[in-house]
Ligand binder design. Structure first.
Ligand SMILES: CC(C)(COP(=O)(O)OP(=O)(O)OC[C@H]1O[C@@H](n2cnc3c(N)ncnc32)[C@H](O)[C@@H]1OP(=O)(O)O)[C@@H](O)C(=O)NCCC(=O)NCCS
Length: 200
């Protein structure tokens, strides 16, 4: 199985519903499960397409493959730093898809797709053990726990802070998976607040 990353298209909305409508997928994410495609289509049009780095995770090569998930790097208050988010449809969990996508994303953003980037960080809920495994397998360093860091669906939560910096080791297979078709992004053009898993 080959995991590839590509830009989203409006026609991906039906594939996105597979994970965006799933309460189990949304449990650790900011958004509530989508009940219809219309608001998801609006999100795709207004946020995903203009986003500086937001990619569809696909399981085969080629531009036509249907996405099984998404990975993004959100700008933060400082252009040296971006915040990673990722999500995979439940039918594909436990197959290494997210780990491969995160490795590919790190290789791409440090490989020239995001200008001036020095640090990728991932903020993971202390109870989201699958997500912690993903970034650990992808080579991120666990820096510590941010206690009572944010409100999540009515409860204040602790987050684990992970980082991957530009001098950290990139797995060889990820280096070779860079997609030359993607263009250089000017990461400083959009600045959004630091939001965990803020896909939708
Ligand atoms: C987190 C998520 C992206 C992982 O996707 P995935 O494709 O299944 O990830 P991978 O297969 O690459 O790796 C998952 C790892 O977590 C482990 N895992 C899964 N569920 C687990 C659990 N409940 N407790 C401990 N480990 C768990 C798997 O065994 C695997 O580790 P291993 O390879 O050492 O066995 C997916 O579960 C998801 O989309 N969750 C909802 C959205 C989300 O939480 N996103 C991240 C927010 S920070």
């Amino acid at each position: 199985m080959e995991v590839t990353l590509r830009r989203f298209e409006l026609s991906d909305v039906d594939a996105m519903m597979a994970w965006a409508s799933d309460p189990e997928v949304a449990a650790f994410c900011r958004w509530e499960p989508y009940e219809s495609t219309e608001p998801l289509l609006a999100y795709l049009r207004d946020t995903v397409l203009p986003h500086p780095w937001f990619r569809a995770i696909c399981l085969t090569g080629g531009e036509d493959a249907r996405p099984v998930g998404a990975v993004s790097l959100a700008p933060t208050a400082d252009t040296c730093r971006g915040e990673l988010g990722y999500v995979v449809a439940r039918a594909q969990w436990g197959k290494g898809v997210a780990t491969a996508a995160v490795k590919g994303a790190v290789a791409a953003v440090f490989g020239g797709e995001v200008e001036g980037l020095e640090r990728v960080e991932a903020l993971v809920d202390v109870d989201n053990t699958a997500s912690q495994r993903v970034v650990e397998k992808a080579g991120f360093r666990r820096e510590g726990v941010l206690r009572r860091h944010y409100w999540h669906k009515g409860r204040v939560r602790d987050l684990v802070m992970y980082s991957f910096i530009s001098s950290d080791h990139l797995a060889e297979q990820s280096r070779s998976s860079r997609n030359p078709a993607t263009q250089l992004q000017h990461f400083s053009t959009i600045c959004v607040p630091n939001r965990m898993c803020s896909f939708f």
